[in-house]
Design a protein. Structure first.
Length: 408
């Protein structure tokens, strides 16, 4: 209820809500409480005003000199009424009665001009701002639109995870920050979003066959596949869950390239293993136990996958070199061992061995990545020598070809 719709000038307190979330706007009671008692000028005139006792004649004369000057033509009754009107008690009463009037004026001004919170925070108080209008998103600057695209399509981790074929998690559950609905709003928006979605994210999967299920890699258009720049193969779990050879890892990526040759333009390929075991498990004791039972297995290699990831990267790099799309270097990203706590019955503390390497291509020239380049060459030579020792068919021919192709 507003003040402008109160022509009868009656009290508004009876019409207000019972939930008190703000001050009363009633012109008779104001912000001094609901239905608070106020005195009229007539009531206050009939009430005698107590006068202070004068201690001596000098003090009374001094107060008269500094007191209000009354006209000599006024009668005694007029002088008393004037004295009452300008007494401290009446001054305080007039201030109390003036409060609702001032509040009423402010409320009417607020209803007429609008709330100050309706204005833009950067606008000056005297500026005039019109009503909100619709803005054509496609007419906004391209850089502004790209900021919105990155906010919706590039998660904070800068990675998009694909569920494995046996996993219970869905794609949406693994990527809660990813908002791909904007791709379907307009063809122009779709074309502008593709370089950001596919080029600025790292596509993560447990195996190369898990990308873009259920259609897989073959379901991607070549133009879309060319925009993908970073992929990562990540395996986490126990020794049995991470039991895979470097040849199997490299073969899955090679088959992915055969299905879509556009993946020859990848900038980075990362291999990461996180293998956990109970913290009380001793690798040496386990190795002795397996040896006593005639089990030929390297226990350290079961949990520490440094050789697996390095050999897999070397085989992928060699295949890319044969296709005419060489990588420039191999970088050791992480090789660590730490302890974590896994909640649940029978779990507790676990030791996790992390091994991660990254193959990369870069447009930078010079000797900036000379160490990574030599690391890649050494890894490829180690793999080719191993094939020669194991009498793998064609190993000698591949070794000689690589030595001619990369002499240094």
């Amino acid at each position: 209820m507003t003040l402008r719709y109160n022509p009868s000038k009656k009290c508004l307190c009876a019409y207000q809500s019972t939930i008190e979330i703000g001050d009363s706007l009633c012109p008779y009671h104001g912000c001094y409480g609901d239905k608070s008692k106020t005195f009229s000028r007539k009531d206050t005139a009939s009430t005698p005003v107590p006068r202070k006792r004068k201690r001596d004649d000098d003090q009374e004369a001094e107060e008269q000199d500094h007191g209000p000057q009354l006209s000599p033509g006024l009668t005694l009754t007029d002088k008393r009424q004037a004295t009452r009107r300008i007494s401290p008690e009446n001054v305080a009463e007039e201030r109390v009665n003036a409060g609702p009037c001032l509040l009423k004026e402010q409320a009417q001004q607020l209803l007429h001009d609008g709330s100050p919170f309706d204005q833009h925070p950067d606008a000056s108080p005297n500026s005039e701002i019109g009503p909100l209008v619709e803005i054509d998103f496609l007419k906004a600057p391209l850089e502004a639109r790209k900021l919105i695209y990155r906010y919706l399509l590039v998660p904070s981790s800068k990675s998009i995870t694909f569920p494995s074929q046996q996993a219970s998690n869905t794609f949406s559950e693994l990527n809660p920050e990813l908002q791909t609905n904007i791709l379907f709003t307009h063809p122009v928006v779709y074309n502008e979003c593709r370089p950001i979605l596919y080029g600025e994210n790292i596509f993560v999967a447990r195996s190369a066959t898990d990308f873009f299920l259920p259609t897989g890699i073959q379901g991607l258009r070549p133009a879309t596949a060319r925009r993908i720049k970073h992929i990562s193969i990540v395996r986490k779990g126990t020794a049995n869950q991470c039991d895979i050879t470097s040849h199997a890892l490299a073969s899955s990526l090679h088959s992915m390239v055969l299905q879509s040759p556009a993946f020859l333009g990848l900038r980075t390929i990362t291999f990461r293993f996180e293998v956990g075991r109970p913290v009380h498990m001793n690798l040496f004791t386990l190795q002795m136990y397996l040896s006593s039972h005639n089990v030929t297995a390297d226990v350290r290699a079961m949990y520490k996958k440094a050789k697996v990831v390095k050999d897999a990267a070397a085989k992928v790099a060699f295949k890319a070199l044969q296709k005419g799309s060489p990588f420039q270097g191999l970088c050791l990203v992480e090789e660590s061992e730490h302890t974590i706590w896994i909640p649940g019955r029978g779990r507790g503390s676990h030791t996790v061995n992390v091994n991660e390497v990254c193959l990369f291509r870069t447009s930078e020239a010079g000797d900036t990545y000379e160490e990574e380049k030599q690391m890649l060459r050494t890894s490829i030579l180690d793999v080719l020598r191993g094939e020669k020792l194991n009498d793998v068919p064609g190993a000698d021919r591949r070794y000689e070809w690589f030595c001619r192709k990369c002499p240094n």
